[in-house]
Design a protein around this ligand. Sequence first.
Ligand SMILES: C[S@@+](CC[C@H](N)C(=O)[O-])C[C@H]1O[C@@H](n2cnc3c(N)ncnc32)[C@H](O)[C@@H]1O
Length: 231
Amino acid sequence: MKDLNLPPHATALELGSGTGHVTLDLIETAGATRAHGIEASPLLVAKATEAFSPNPHLSFEVGDARKTGLESQSCDLILLHSVLCHVHDFQNVVREAHRLLKPGGVLAICDGEFDNMSAPISDYDLLDQLILRILTSNVTNLWVMRQLPEVLTETGFKLGHQTLHKPVSEHDANFFLTIIEAGADQFVAQGRLLRETAIAIKAEARVRALAHCLFCNISYISQIGHKPRSD
Ligand SMILES: C[S@@+](CC[C@H](N)C(=O)[O-])C[C@H]1O[C@@H](n2cnc3c(N)ncnc32)[C@H](O)[C@@H]1O
């Protein structure tokens, strides 16, 4: 987000802004003058508003990234960070971003390559199967960053830089431990696992983490799209 060359007094928008921490980066890193977040969860909008209310240049509102109701051609920069992988019809988010951007505006997208996340220590590893199951029940599209360039072009964007970031590694396996523990509880609540099985799975995960064989690599990819000036 450092090299986007935004115009002076740029207005930025994050769609799917969550807790708002990345929305702040639109000002602090990308150099926008003001930033607004649209987020589906009222709880997260309340948290973001509370956390950042002293900043008069940041604001948040509940809304749908596919149909924001905001004014057309009102933004210089739109960010989609870790959101497209959660939206079934992500093409509609890209179309909405195109409508909202001014001609010459920039769309910045970053998402994980969740298909690469695995933790087996043998064939048909039980813990690995569980991680995959939890992942696919929370991430809608594991391949969104590969599908995106074609959708951007079809929508009218000119493709900018695509960056394959260095994998984010968690040697202490915190991320996997979190999804295994939360996922096992979720499965118990849904009646898909016995409580005793969930306890055993969590114990297995903690033992593997202590033995340094449960590490997690997540690859992230970012893609820039430019809305042509002559649009
Ligand atoms: C993984 S979080 C990322 C939050 C934030 N972008 C960040 O990077 O910290 C994905 C967020 O997208 C939101 N979201 C998912 N679908 C949405 C939609 N259709 N409209 C608005 N927000 C959505 C979720 O509620 C969640 O807060």
